[in-house]
Design a protein around this ligand. Sequence first.
Ligand SMILES: [Zn+2]
Length: 499
Amino acid sequence: MIPPLLTILLLLSVVAAGQKKPADLILINGDVRTFDAKMPRAEAVAVSGGKIVAVGRNDEIRKLAGERTQIVDAKGRLVLPGFNDSHVHFAAIGNKFSSLDVRGLTSAEAVAAKAAEYARFLPKGRWILGSGFAAEFAQTEGKRLHELIDPATPVNPLLLYSADGKWAFANALALDLLNDGRSSTTANGSGERSIDGIISGLAMRQIASAVPADHLRNWPEILETASNYAASFGVTSVQDMHSDELAEVYRQLDRAGKLKTRVYDCSPMSAWPKLVKLGIRAASGNVMVRTGCVKYFSEGDEAEFPELRRDITAADKAGLQVMIHAIGPRANRIVLDAFEWAAKKNGPRDRRFRVEHAQNAFSEDVPRFARGAIIPSMQPWLFSRAGPGIFGRHLRLHAPLAFGSDAPMVGINPLLGIAAAVTGPGGISVEDAVRAYTGGSAYSEFQEKVKGKIKVGQLADMVILSEDIFKVDPERIARTRVIATILNGSVVYLHRSEN
Ligand SMILES: [Zn+2]
C-alpha cells in the first residue's frame, strides 16, 4: 500500500506534468484572420518561445496566461500575420535617414516635425545631418526652431547646414560637444556654445568634426534604422535584393537584439561560387537571417542569353535560389526561356525560380509562370499604373504570386500595395492581396511552413491594424495604420496612440 503522503505527491506531479508552461505573450480581443484554412478566424493567440502555441477563443487562450505573461489587447481590431516584403533594398531604406534635406521646409515647425520623424527610427546617438536652409531662416525661424528641436530630438545629435554652408543649426546634444560639454552661453562663431543653436566658424567646424567619418557607411546603424522603419509598417520579414552582402551585419544586429525584421539577404549572381564554397544553399541560416539567393538583372538583350543561361544553370545546380529582374516583354521572355532551360537541364527539384517585377510580359508568356512553378515577385504599388489585372490572371492560373514594395523606390507600406492590388478593373480580393504579401512571399523564400499564417507551430509574427481592411473601401485601406507589430512574440512597434 502506498502511504498517503506519497499518494498526494504523486497526484501533484501528475497535475504538474499535465499543466502547460504559461505563455510568454497572449493576444486577446482580436479579429484574427489566421490564413489557416482549418480555423480562418479566431479571437486570441498564445505565444511561447517565439512561436504560436495556441489559437482560439478568448476564454480558452486566457487560461494559458501566467503571472509574467504579456497581454496584448487588440480591442476588437483586425489582426493579420506579419507582412513579408519580397523585394526591398534595405540599406537604401536606412540610408534615406542618413541626411535630411531641409530645402523647401520654411517653418520651424516643419523642420522640427521632420527631425522628430528621423529621431523615431534612428538608433540612439546616430547623427541627424542635413542642409538647405535659406539665408534668412536663421533670422525668421531660428529662435522658434531652437525651442522646438530639443524635445523632438532627445537622443540624436543634430546638425543642419544653411544652403550656402556659412552657418548651421545644432541641437543641445550637438552643442554639448563644444568645450567638452562645459556649458557657456556666449556668441556664436567663437568656438563657444551658442545660445540659440545657430553656429558658424570655429564652433561649426568643431561640431562637424565630431560627426563620425563613416556616417554614410555605418551599416549596423543604417540597417537598424531600416528595421525600425519596417516595423512601423507591420513588415516583419524582408527579402533584401540589394546585393550588398550585409548578412554578417544583420547577424550582428540580431545578436545585439536590435533586429526587428527577419531578413533573406540575397547576393549578386557573380557570388554564387563563393556561396557554394561556404556551404550555403537556398534559404540557409536561422529564423532571423538567411542567405542563399542570387540575383541578376536582365534587360532583355538577346546577346546576354548564353551567359544568363549558363549562370542560372550552375547556381541552380549548386542548390541556390535564383531570382532575375525582368521588366518588359522581351526581358521576361528571355528569363523564362533561361529558367525553363536550366530546369530541364538540372532535372526536377523544388527550386522556386523567381522573376523580380515580372511586369509587362507577353500575354502568351504569362501561363509559363504557373506551368514552371516560377514565382512572379511583383510590386503592386510601384506598378499601380499598369493595373491589377495581371495578379488575378496569375492567381487563376495558380502561379505562386508574391508581393513586395521595391522600397525605397516607393514607400515600404504594404497597405499601399494591398490597396493598389484590389482597386480598379481586374482587382483581386483583399484576402488574396494579403495572402500574396504574407504566405505568398513566405513561399517565395521557402518559409511557408514557418511564416505567413497565424497557426500553431508558426513563428509569432503578427500585426494589429487600425481598420478592418476587409470591409472598408480601398481608399481607406491605403490610410490604415499599424497599431502594433509583433515579431517573434515580442511587441516591436506600438503606435503612439497606444502608448
Ligand atoms: Zn529592386
